[in-house]
Design a protein around this ligand. Structure first.
Ligand code: FMN
Length: 344
């Protein structure tokens, strides 16, 4: 059992990483169904929330079936962070998460996201301001440091724990690395095994198979794993890892019928949330990911991103199921952030 404040999670929980333009309510619904133990919203700008920006406000939408769920905010100004924490808390998430890891220029240049990694005192002040502003448990997601020469995650973990965060997720890369190379979990393990650290430490970065999850669990002793890209178009990763950890054997890969069902659920949730026109449009970016590895799928995919009604999409999904019955595609990890237009 792992506790984040008053939130109780199962042993070795698997977390769905916050992902801009990906981890919205429809995507979270399919991840929840497939074993995600704790999920987060996409990151939300504190300034945007305060300005009442519609896009930011919409990201606050959470549903009871998603619980436990965290809302993630970012920003570089103490007052704005505290105020946005209060706005967020009013929507009643289970926790409030702070993003100190986003490496994109538009965020970093405003002294937010991973930009804060250059100034730990500021990071501590921002965190403390959020902790003081809300009764909800506050967690942080960050990277190892700004660059190779300023890796500071061990100090960061201690100081953020001291100002009251209830869990820390660490992506094993520096800001300078963006997404290059491999995530370095050695330091994540060091943070976890520091006797001063009492809060749960979740490791993040490059987990894409059950074998890797087991290996890193045993090697680094972390409290749980946060998964991002490997869940895109493949929400089954959560239950596959759980099955492997429990039994040492692989769960059966999803059938084409199960894939179509996941797409259908994702689509229906999108339509329920945003209405038919916008829901169908927003769903279009997901088909490639769900259908990776199917030979000659292009024609079906082109139809899926062209038709304008749920009934037509259902019809095409039916054809896909018939055409590929019994076929199990080789597992391929979905889009990298560069392709998605974000690299938080
Ligand atoms: C498309 C995309 C969007 C992301 N958006 C966010 C975000 O909003 N907040 C955040 O903390 N991290 C964000 N990230 C980073 C992920 O949460 C995660 O730390 C990173 O992808 C590494 O984990 P992975 O190797 O399992 O994908 C994003 C990543 C991707 C791929």
């Amino acid at each position: 059992m792992v506790s984040i404040g008053d939130i109780v999670l199962p042993d070795f929980p698997l977390l769905l990483a916050p992902m801009e333009d990906v981890s919205d309510p429809p995507f979270r619904a399919v991840c929840k169904e497939n074993g995600a133990d704790l999920m987060y919203t996409e990151f939300i700008s504190s300034e945007g929330l305060i300005r009442d920006a519609i896009k930011s406000r919409q990201k606050l939408d959470i549903f009871d079936y998603e619980r436990p769920i965290g809302i993630q905010i970012f920003g570089g100004d103490e007052e704005a962070m505290a105020l946005s924490a209060r706005i967020v808390a009013a929507t009643n998430p289970d926790l409030v998460d702070i993003n100190f890891g986003c490496p994109v220029k538009k965020v970093v240049s405003k002294g937010a996201g991973a930009g804060v990694l250059k100034d730990i005192d500021l990071m501590v002040r921002l965190t403390s301001a959020v902790v003081r502003a809300t009764d909800k448990p506050v967690t942080v997601k960050t990277r190892l440091g700004w660059d190779e020469s300023s890796i500071n995650i061990e100090e960061v973990a201690e100081r953020l724990q001291d100002v009251g965060i209830k869990a820390l997720s660490v992506h094993g890369r520096t800001r300078a690395q963006m997404y290059r190379g491999h995530a370095d979990w050695t330091l994540i393990g060091k943070v976890k095994n520091n006797p001063r650290i009492k809060i749960p430490i979740f490791g993040n970065g490059d987990i894409d198979t059950p074998e890797k999850a087991l290996e890193y669990k045993n090697r680094y002793g972390i409290d749980g794993i946060m998964i991002g890209r490997a869940a895109i178009g493949y929400p089954w990763i959560f239950n596959e890892i759980k099955h492997f950890l429990q039994t040492g054997t692989h769960a059966a890969a999803p059938t084409v019928q199960q894939r179509a069902d996941a797409i259908r659920k994702h689509l229906h949730k999108a339509v329920d949330w945003k209405g038919e026109i916008v829901g169908i449009l927003e769903m279009r970016r997901h088909y490639t990911n769900y259908l990776k590895g199917f030979p000659h799928i292009k024609e079906f995919r082109n139809q899926l991103v062209t038709v304008k009604s749920v009934a037509e999409i259902e019809e095409i999904l039916g054809q896909i199921v018939t055409r590929y019955e019994g076929f199990v595609p080789e597992r391929k990890i979905a889009s990298f952030p560069e392709e998605q237009g974000c690299s938080c």
